[in-house]
Design a protein around this ligand. Structure first.
Ligand code: BMA
Length: 326
């Protein structure tokens, strides 16, 4: 069975974080990073929680995709303070590089809803707000790396339910489109959770990667049927290149589940939450090469950052694992 292979230890823990006074002194946790290869380096945009339990975004960079140096600063998104909303946290950014721009789609917690925002950077130092959704309640927004039929596309997951004792969640990933990255219209539902199996509630992981077999997309699934815990796992799906609302194949088994001690215990136990994915080799037409290594960065137990690897071909094979006959 094809699955992701975890690096034995977390690649980042709170011990790797420099202090950033005054809000991030001796921070609590680092998890759910956005990831991209940008300006010649592998880069992460980390979710870091201070002792106030506020979330901040800290950049990190690496020459080998394994050892990351965290910069001693939290980024600010220019224009966000003027967006007219009281925002408590900005978190779980997903990074997409288009040309010389790196876009971050992030979640912003307001008093009574979570909104998605899009910010852009060309130097990974200053980030500028392009737009914050004026309405709605969604998380796990991911931008496709190219326009399809002249429109920007993203996947997102409307929040419709509250997990038992946990955060709001949802069971459907939706495709949305935009002309300007500011206002978004829903196009069609893409996929739903599978009740009683590993992915009852679902949400997008890293942005989709273009392969000749379709858009390869990792997502998280939450099993909610255990007495006292929600178990967050990772799976994969292939979406049609021309119509990404069409699912071509979907993993029946998860490809990564909490097993290491640092995935099973922490701030929120039993969580692997894939949020970044870097593909080593892309061909001249922009398709990920089947033999290419894929590095998946994920939050573990909402406490540390893990790394898991596979090849593109292995992940595509995992999507095609047949569902057992009824
Ligand atoms: C989700 C999000 C993530 C978090 C996960 C597990 O709903 O809030 O940020 O990592 O729950 O707690």
């Amino acid at each position: 069975m094809a699955s992701l292979q975890r690096h034995p230890d977390p690649i980042l823990t709170r011990d790797d974080l420099p202090d950033v006074p005054p809000r991030l002194l001796d921070p609590s946790s680092v998890f759910n990073p956005g990831a991209a290869r940008f300006l010649g380096r592998d880069r992460l945009l980390l979710r870091v929680q201070g002792r106030s339990r506020e979330s901040f975004l800290m950049p990190a960079r690496s020459a080998d995709g394994l050892r990351f140096e965290v910069e001693a600063r939290a980024i600010t998104i220019d224009g966000l303070a003027k967006a007219g909303e009281r925002i408590h946290h900005v978190y779980d950014p997903r990074l997409t590089v288009v040309g010389d721009t790196c876009y971050a789609v992030f979640a912003a917690d307001l008093d009574d809803a979570c909104r998605l925002g899009v910010a852009a950077t060309t130097d990974f130092r200053s980030f500028e707000l392009i737009g914050l959704d004026p309405a709605g309640d969604s998380r796990n927004g991911v931008l496709f790396p190219e326009q399809v039929r002249g429109r920007w596309l993203r996947l997102e997951r409307p929040n419709r339910t509250a997990l038992d004792g946990g955060p709001t969640s949802g069971e459907t990933i939706v495709l949305a489109e935009s002309d300007d990255l500011r206002s978004w219209r829903p196009v069609a539902p893409v996929m739903s959770g599978r009740w009683r199996y590993w992915d009852e509630r679902i949400g997008s992981g890293p942005p989709p990667v273009k392969t000749r077999a379709g858009w390869l997309h990792l997502y998280h699934g939450v099993a909610t049927h255990f007495q006292s815990a929600n178990v967050y796992q990772a799976g994969a799906v292939l979406l049609d290149l021309d119509d990404p609302s069409r699912v071509l194949a979907r993993t029946w088994n998860n490809v990564l589940e909490p097993r290491a001690t640092w995935e099973l215990t922490g701030q929120v136990p039993n969580v692997v939450f894939p949020s970044g994915m870097i593909v080593d080799r892309v061909d001249a037409d922009g398709f990920a090469e089947p033999g290419s290594l894929v590095r998946v960065y994920y939050g573990a137990a909402d406490t540390v950052v893990g790394l898991a690897t596979a090849t593109i071909a292995e992940l595509i094979d995992a999507c095609r694992d047949p569902e057992p006959p009824a």
